[in-house]
Design a protein around this ligand. Structure first.
Ligand code: NDP
Length: 245
C-alpha cells in the first residue's frame, strides 16, 4: 500500500498500544502521544519500528489545546499527513457523585472528552482539504449505559458518542468517516486495580466468560480504519463479550 500515517493518542500503554501495533502491522507509519510514561512509550516505539514502519512519539497532554496543535504539526512534519486518527487516551477517577470533588469531574471530562475534541479539531481540517481520512474515538459501554461511581467517566464517554455522531454528519460529505469503539471490561492498567473477587464477578457477567484483551479492541479499530469499512460511519460499536446483554 502507499505510505499512510495513523495517529493514536494514549498509544504508550493498554488499548492505545495494541491499536498502534495493529495499525503498524497494517502498514501505517504511526504517531502516538502519551502523558508521562516515557519508558512504556520507548518500548512501544521499538515494537512499532520492528514492524518495518516509521514511528513518531512524544509526550502531549491531550487536554492542552496548544500542546495538541504542536504535536500534530510535529507528527505530520515527520511522517506526512495523518489519515487515521484514533483518540484512545483516557483516565478514570471513580467515586460516588456526593464524594466526587470538582477536580475529579474536570480531569476526566477534560482528558476524555475535551482531549478528543482537541485532536479532532487539529486533524480534521487537513482531512477536509484532502477529502480523505477517518476518525475512531474510544468510548466505553459506560458511555452508553452508565455506571455507578462513574458519573464523570460515563458523561465524558457519552459526550464522545454524541460528538462523533455529529461529526459523522458534518464530515460525511467530505468523504470522512467517524466511528466510536466502546469497549467493555478490557485487561489493562486501568482495570488492574480491581480486586480478585470483583474481577471474578465481572467475568461471570460476560457471556463469553472472559475479560477482553487490548487486541480484541485493536482488531475492530483496524477494520474501521480500513476501506473494508467504507460505508460505516456514525456508529458506536461495542467490543464487550456481550457484558451488557
Ligand atoms: P491505560 O490506563 O492502560 O492507558 C491510558 C493511556 O492514555 C496511556 O498511554 C496514558 O499515557 C494515556 N493518557 C492518559 N491521560 C493522558 C493525557 N492527559 N494526555 C495524553 N495521554 C494520556 O488505559 P486503557 O488502555 O485501559 O484505556 C484506553 C481507552 O479505552 C481509554 O479511553 C478508556 O477510557 C477506554 N476504555 C477502557 C476500558 C478498559 O476496560 N480498560 C473499557 C472501556 C473503555 P501515560 O502512560 O503517560 O499515562
Amino acid at each position: 500500500m502507499e505510505q499512510r500515517t495513523a495517529l493514536v493518542t494514549g498509544g504508550s500503554r493498554g488499548i492505545g498500544r495494541a491499536v498502534a501495533l495493529r495499525l503498524a502491522d497494517d502498514g501505517y507509519d504511526v504517531a502516538f502521544c502519551y502523558r508521562s510514561g516515557g519508558e512504556a512509550a520507548a518500548e512501544t516505539a521499538d515494537a512499532i519500528k520492528q514492524r518495518g514502519v516509521r514511528c513518531f512519539h512524544a509526550p502531549c497532554d491531550v487536554a492542552d489545546p496548544e500542546a495538541v496543535t504542536e504535536f500534530v504539526a510535529a507528527a505530520e512534519a515527520d511522517l506526512g499527513p495523518v489519515e487515521v486518527l484514533v483518540n484512545s487516551a483516557g483516565i478514570v477517577r471513580d467515586k460516588p457523585l456526593v464524594l466526587m470533588p470538582f477536580a475529579d469531574w474536570a480531569a476526566v471530562v477534560d482528558t476524555n472528552l475535551t482531549g478528543t475534541y482537541n485532536f479532532c479539531r487539529s486533524v480534521v481540517f487537513g482531512f477536509m482539504k484532502r477529502k480523505r481520512g477517518t476518525v475512531i474515538n474510544m468510548s466505553s459501554v459506560a458511555g452508553v449505559y452508565g455506571n455507578a461511581t462513574q458519573a464523570n467517566y460515563s458523561a465524558s464517554k457519552g459526550g464522545i458518542n454524541a460528538m462523533s455522531r455529529s461529526l459523522a454528519k458534518e464530515l460525511g460529505p467530505y468523504g470522512i468517516r467517524v466511528n466510536v469503539v466502546a469497549p467493555g471490561f478490557i485487561e489493562t492498567d486501568m482495570t488492574a486495580a480491581l480486586p480478585e473477587k470483583a474481577r471474578a464477578k465481572a467475568v461471570g457477567m460476560v457471556p463469553l466468560r472472559r475479560l477482553g484483551q487490548p487486541t480484541d479492541v485493536a482488531e475492530l479499530v483496524s477494520f474501521l480504519a480500513s476501506d473494508r469499512a467504507a460505508y460505516i460511519t456514525g456508529q458506536v460499536l461495542q467490543v464487550d463479550g456481550g457484558i451488557v446483554l
